[in-house]
Design a protein around this ligand. Structure first.
Ligand code: ADP
Length: 265
């Protein structure tokens, strides 16, 4: 165990590990995008993935729900244990993972449907037809995503009529409606204005009480504001992983310090 891991373990009160990545390598054709990644994601915490453009942040978060396999040239080695089971194992059913792990993307991507139908979409796919139950799920999810008050009088209007920030919170509500265990967020505020960004950040801090969250961000201030743990990626490697306050005050690695002080990236 390295000194860095020691610091993390002693301070984190040994929260349960939701995802444990072990010696993960990923190639797009002949180009290696992830190199021997070892990284735990803990329950009820926000884990931020930071690093310069092209360092593998997005690739990594997309391996956590196996979305990366949609790229035909991808090859993987190593293990990603989700709740103790290796999701890279051929026998692991990706559909099962999709019911436990929600994802929010860079650009809000509501369906061209009503606000209500966007949120009810997942539960309906899971066979819930009862109108009253669906109404309850929709309200709870919209409240959970702090957008209920904005939309409660227009649930049957098209989601495209919402502002960008509202659409992103709607997408978070859509995620909550399947009662996920983990929420993956890939630069969820990069298309939002500063006020909408702050609202989503507040929401993320609130959501970690009930969910485990992994957030990719190129915004270091954002990582510092909202995350418990930070992993700094560079050229496909995890250079340092630690308590967020440690990474931003006294990082162990010179390369981390150079990045967070703006010397590159
Ligand atoms: P980040 O999210 O940190 O900007 P990415 O994970 O998007 O980084 O990219 C990591 C590396 O993988 C980059 O060199 C990028 O060009 C490459 N890459 C990403 N997606 C693909 C793809 N679909 N096909 C081939 N190479 C890719």
């Amino acid at each position: 165990m390295t000194a860095t891991e020691n610091t993390v373990d002693s301070k984190s009160m040994a929260k349960n590990i939701v995802y444990d990545t072990k010696d993960l390598n990923l190639w797009y054709g002949n180009d290696q995008a992830l190199k021997s990644i070892n990284l735990p994601i803990r329950e009820n915490e926000v884990t931020a993935i930071i690093g310069p453009s092209g360092c593998g942040k997005s690739t990594y978060i997309k391996t956590l729900n196996r979305m990366v396999e949609l790229v035909s040239s991808v090859r993987l080695s190593g293990e990603i244990l989700y709740r103790g089971r290796n999701i890279l194992d051929r026998k692991y059913k990706v559909e099962e993972l999709r019911t436990r792990v929600g994802m929010v993307f860079q650009k809000p991507n509501p369906f061209p449907k009503s606000i209500f139908d966007n949120v009810a979409y997942g539960p309906r796919i899971h066979g819930i037809r009862n109108k009253k139950i669906l109404q309850e799920i929709v309200e709870k999810s919209l409240r959970g995503a702090a957008i209920w008050d904005d939309v409660k009088d227009r649930l049957h209007e098209n989601a495209y009529g919402l502002s960008g920030g509202q659409q992103q919170r709607l997408c978070i509500a859509r995620c909550l409606a399947i009662e996920p265990d983990v929420i993956l967020m890939d630069e969820p505020t990069s298309a939002l204005d500063p006020i909408s960004t702050l609202r989503v950040e507040e929401l993320v801090k609130e959501l970690k009480k009930d969910y485990s969250i992994v957030i990719v961000t190129h915004n270091m201030q954002q990582a510092a504001r909202i995350s418990d743990k930070t992993a700094f990626f560079l050229s496909g490697e995890v250079i340092e992983y630690d308590q967020t306050e440690k990474i931003f005050s006294t990082p162990t690695e010179k390369r981390t310090e150079d990045y967070i002080t703006g010397r590159f990236g």
